[in-house]
Design a protein around this ligand. Structure first.
Ligand code: COA
Length: 169
């Protein structure tokens, strides 16, 4: 048995490359998930960057809304994931996995050797997601995340080695 309603089934979502004109929508979702949030102008400049490799998940009626995003970059032989988020209503149905697999496929096509990201060491959901996809710890940045009103938190640098055939995508 699954507790996923048909509407929230991942089959009702589509993955698209993220065009700069979706920056406002991505920023609205980002602000629900992260503190501090990135504003639309910052997100737009990431999406306009020549190395941008970013995806969105969309769902809904005629005007599909953004329910997930992955902001990434692909340059030389490395890809980097800058931010991933999924709308709370749509979590745990595989959307982040789908977005990450999309980035990994693009990275492989671009002959990248590794995918890097940073995640706060207290982000259990993020760490579980990345580990499930084969990311391993490659370093730590002390007190990297400064959050308003709390003590800074270390960042873990995780890497996915694309030479390993079983890794995501
Ligand atoms: C982390 C996040 C992106 C996961 O998105 P998601 O679409 O729900 O992830 P998926 O459904 O693809 O989950 C894949 C696996 O990740 C792990 N996972 C995801 N969310 C989890 C949670 N809340 N607790 C524990 N494990 C979790 C599980 O292993 C899960 O597999 P399972 O559902 O079969 O157990 C989402 O919770 C989110 O947006 N969080 C806020 C923003 C954030 O922290 N982003 C990551 C850091 S940049």
């Amino acid at each position: 048995m699954t507790n996923v309603t048909p509407f929230r089934n991942v089959k009702h979502a589509s993955m698209l490359w993220a065009a700069p004109d979706r920056a406002e929508e991505i920023a609205t979702l980002h602000a629900k998930l992260f503190n501090p949030a990135w504003d639309a102008a910052a997100i737009k400049s990431f999406l306009e960057h020549p190395a941008a490799t970013s995806l969105i998940a969309v769902a809904g009626g005629q005007k599909k809304s953004v329910i997930g995003f992955l902001i990434g970059q692909l340059a030389a032989d490395e890809a980097e994931i800058l931010s991933v988020g999924v709308s709370p209503d749509w979590q745990r149905v595989g959307l982040a996995t789908g977005l990450l697999e999309g980035l990994v496929r693009a990275a492989r096509r671009g002959d990248a050797k590794r995918v890097f990201l940073e995640v706060a060491e207290d982000n259990a959901a993020g760490i579980a997601l990345y580990r499930k996809l084969g990311f391993v710890e490659a370093g730590r940045r002390k007190r990297y995340y400064e959050r308003p009103g709390t003590t800074p938190v270390d960042a873990l640098t995780l890497v996915l080695n694309l030479d390993a055939p079983d890794n995501a995508g």
